[in-house]
Ligand binder design. Structure first.
Ligand code: NAP
Length: 313
């Protein structure tokens, strides 16, 4: 695949398109200084990023919105240049909550629409103010969900112009099939955001999604921040991998750049998170080299089929 920074978008099944590289914005709110997300999104836009991945539960969506609006006011970009992906949280699956939840996100962002709105997880928690509702024994309070009914409410958000495209996240094949086979389906999910990187290459899901025109957006493309509170750190750090480093040496690139290039060359959209100016720029420098077929195969062979993000809840 011949990719350049100018042409780095992939078509979506609804006629829209998504930039192959986006900035992830999840950072532990307890450990991250206020304003870092704002500054990072602005640096990313100046660097050339046009795709930002966020969520209500990242607690920094207001900073993302502010950064986008400031860059528009500066004349650096227009709203239509930006691709923002927001997410419907687990406590908001009942169909009557979907539109008000998206409207709340738009209010926080101070934007009129999101480019992509996705169901964050195929399981639900009890609706209410608690993001992680728990009982008196500290156990999560789950809630039954009818993913097809939630999907119909997502379709209504697209029809209302609040989301240009709609998709899902963390869905397996069976859950995707439930939506694809839903009687009266109006819009297919355009994308499925899942963990995807050289140690977890998702070959079967990737093939299934390809057959159904569903773009895979790979989260944790650099192997996560290795935060022990939610990451399986028994799997070795991706960026220390000798093969990725050796290939990087050949092209004068880092292991991170090789990992990202590997994904985009497979048609997987990547959303690396960085709030560090140098690394934000580094992660963008992946359009000026390409991996050979042999190198792609070598990296594919690194697959361990082990997730960093186990989502134990
Ligand atoms: P990631 O992007 O694989 O890795 C982020 C970590 O790598 C951070 O600690 C970052 O630190 C560091 N980093 C960034 N660039 C680097 C480079 N060039 N060299 C070395 N280290 C580098 O992990 P992630 O945050 O788990 O995933 C990315 C995004 O995917 C998230 O931010 C979020 O938007 C999304 N996500 C979605 C879900 C879901 O369920 N849908 C789940 C997980 C993540 P610095 O910031 O200090 O650079």
């Amino acid at each position: 695949m011949n990719l350049t920074a100018e042409s780095h978008r992939v078509p979506l099944s609804d006629g829209n398109s998504i930039p192959l590289l986006g900035l992830g914005t999840y950072a532990d709110p307890q450990k991250t200084p206020k304003g870092s997300c704002l500054e990072s999104v602005k640096i990313a836009i100046d660097t050339g990023y046009r795709h930002i991945d966020g969520a209500f539960v990242y607690y920094n969506e207001h900073e993302v919105g502010q950064a986008i609006r400031e860059k528009i006011a500066e004349g650096k970009i227009k709203r239509e240049d930006i691709f923002y992906c927001g997410k419907l949280w687990n406590t908001c699956h009942p169909p009557e909550l979907v539109r008000p939840t998206l409207e709340k996100t738009l209010k926080i962002l101070q934007l009129d629409y999101v480019d992509l709105y996705i169901i964050e997880l195929p399981m639900a928690f009890k609706p209410g103010d608690a993001i992680y509702p728990k009982d008196e024994n500290g156990k999560f309070i789950y809630h039954e969900t009818d993913l097809c009914a939630t999907w119909e409410a997502m379709e209504a958000c697209k029809d209302a112009g609040l989301a240009k495209s709609i998709g899902v996240s963390n869905f397996n094949r069976r859950q995707l099939e439930m939506i694809l086979n839903k009687p009266g389906l109006k819009y297919k999910p355009v994308s499925n955001q899942v963990e995807c990187h050289p140690y977890f290459t998702q070959p079967k899901l990737l093939e299934f999604c390809r057959q159904h025109d569903i773009v895979i957006v790979g989260y944790s493309p650099l192997g996560t921040s290795r935060d022990e509170t939610w990451v399986n750190v028994s799997s070795p750090p991706l960026l220390k991998d000798p093969v990725l480093n050796a290939i990087g040496k050949k092209y004068n690139k880092t292991a991170a750049q090789v990992a990202l290039r590997f994904s985009i060359q497979r048609g997987v959209v990547v959303i690396p998170k960085s709030f560090n100016p140098q690394r934000i720029r580094e992660n963008f420098q992946i359009f000026d080299f390409s991996l050979t077929e042999k190198e792609m195969k070598e990296i594919e062979a690194l697959n361990k089929n082990v997730r960093y993000v186990e989502l134990l809840m």
